[in-house]
Design a protein around this ligand. Structure first.
Ligand SMILES: Cc1ncc(COP(=O)(O)O)c(C=O)c1O
Length: 392
């Protein structure tokens, strides 16, 4: 029998989705795979029913239905503060996942180097391998997840083609300050590299932190490939709607890659999502308020449970430090926790390039009663740890 491609050896199946299977095995509350419990807004669901009844049902324009692109650009002009053109500057993709893959394949030749901050969202490792690029990891050091500008410059000295910027960041919850973005932007300009962003959490940011788009910094639009999606902002991770926003020259390439990867995102869902993109500003205020409530509720339980964590600035994840329990094998610890405490988390090591084994990631985009139950269970973690072995 012929063997499968060698590139498959260099990455594993998703650890996050594996932890969902572990959660199901032990009937644990799943705080591992991060998708919202909430549904899309009712008016968006009504628009989806109408689109299913009335169409369109055939292929849309491959780089995005014109109505969707117009609505997206109306919205993003407001948030990004850029004079974007719906015909020249956007490709609609199947989620940010495809947007990132499209961006990587558009920007990189095989053998090119790409800077990735570690910890990182697991797709970026696979994206670099599948596009033939080679990652250079720059640490974001816990607990604050800051980077050392000298380490970043040393990475740029290796002449990377691009840097991947997840902002707000999964898993760390970091929101890059304008000062940090300026350091990255200056290095990208000095060393002539692209910045490929993943901004799926752009609307989940906890004040006083603010999301800044690196594409909007001076002279950065031409070298930034901005990727994002509707998944998290409108509770529609299953709709698979995302996009790349970039200069006309980059978009010309990205359209080709996207066309041959997926042809296009679902036509009736693009039609329905126009209603989401046209939601008034107070929708985003309510989204923030909801997440502040969930975050405060969940963190109060972590405080009661006596667990150390890094306060998230954005997104809906919290990294909990388990070193005081003597945890050195976070994978065994997460299995034990799912089985014995009834809460499933993701082992932190799956996000780090460096050997970091004392952190676990929990997400709090679940409904409040579920977060409350998970919090109650986590309060039993310390006493249970004293009477069980971690792998027991
Ligand atoms: C940082 C980050 N990027 C991308 C995705 C996937 O986004 P999409 O549903 O748009 O493909 C996720 C999902 O958890 C994520 O956390």
């Amino acid at each position: 029998m012929p063997s499968t491609a060698k590139r498959l050896r260099f990455f594993t199946e998703s650890v996050i989705r594996e932890m969902t299977r572990v959660a199901n095995t032990y009937d644990a509350i799943n705080l591992s795979q991060g998708f919202p419990d909430a549904d899309p807004p009712p008016e968006v669901l009504a628009a989806a029913q109408k689109a299913m009844a009335d169409g369109p049902h055939q292929y849309a324009v491959t780089w995005g239905a014109p109505g969707f692109r117009d609505a997206l650009i109306r919205k993003q002009r407001r948030w990004m503060g850029l004079d974007l053109d719906a015909d020249a500057h956007v490709v609609v993709t199947c989620g940010s996942t495809e947007a990132m893959m499209t961006a990587m394949m558009t920007a990189c030749n095989p053998g090119d180097k790409v800077i990735i901050f570690s910890p990182f969202y697991e797709n970026y490792g696979a994206d670099t391998i599948l596009s033939g690029a080679e990652p250079i990891y720059v640490p974001l050091r816990p607990p604050d997840f800051d980077f050392d500008p000298d380490e970043l410059r040393a990475a740029f000295l290796q002449k990377p083609k691009a840097l991947v910027l997840c902002n707000p960041s999964n898993p760390s919850g970091k929101v890059f300050t304008i000062g940090e973005l300026e350091i990255i932007a200056d290095l990208a300009k000095e060393y002539d590299a692209f910045v490929i962003t993943d901004e799926v959490y752009e609307h989940i940011v906890y004040p006083p932190h603010r999301h800044h788009y690196i594409a909007a910094l001076p002279e950065m639009f031409e070298r930034t490939i901005s990727c994002s999606s509707l998944s998290k902002t409108y509770n529609m991770t299953g709709w698979r709607l995302g996009y790349v926003i970039a200069s006309e020259a980059v978009i010309a390439g990205a359209r080709k890659v996207h066309d041959f990867l997926t042809v296009g995102a679902a036509a009736p869902l693009q039609e329905a999502a126009v209603t989401a993109l046209d939601l008034p500003l107070d929708y985003y205020d309510r989204l923030t308020a909801d997440y502040i409530r969930k975050r405060d509720l969940f963190l109060s339980y972590l405080d009661d449970a006596g667990l150390a964590y890094t306060q998230p600035q954005g997104a809906y994840y919290v990294m909990v430090d388990c070193s005081e329990f003597g945890v050195t094998d976070d994978i065994a610890f997460c299995r034990w926790m799912a089985k014995t405490v009834g809460v499933a988390a993701v082992p932190g090591s799956s996000f780090f390039h460096e050997p970091v084994n004392h952190l676990v990631r929990l997400h709090f985009s679940r409904a409040e009663p579920i977060l409350t139950e998970a919090g109650e269970r986590l309060k039993r973690l310390k006493p249970l740890l004293h009477s069980h072995s971690v792998t027991g």
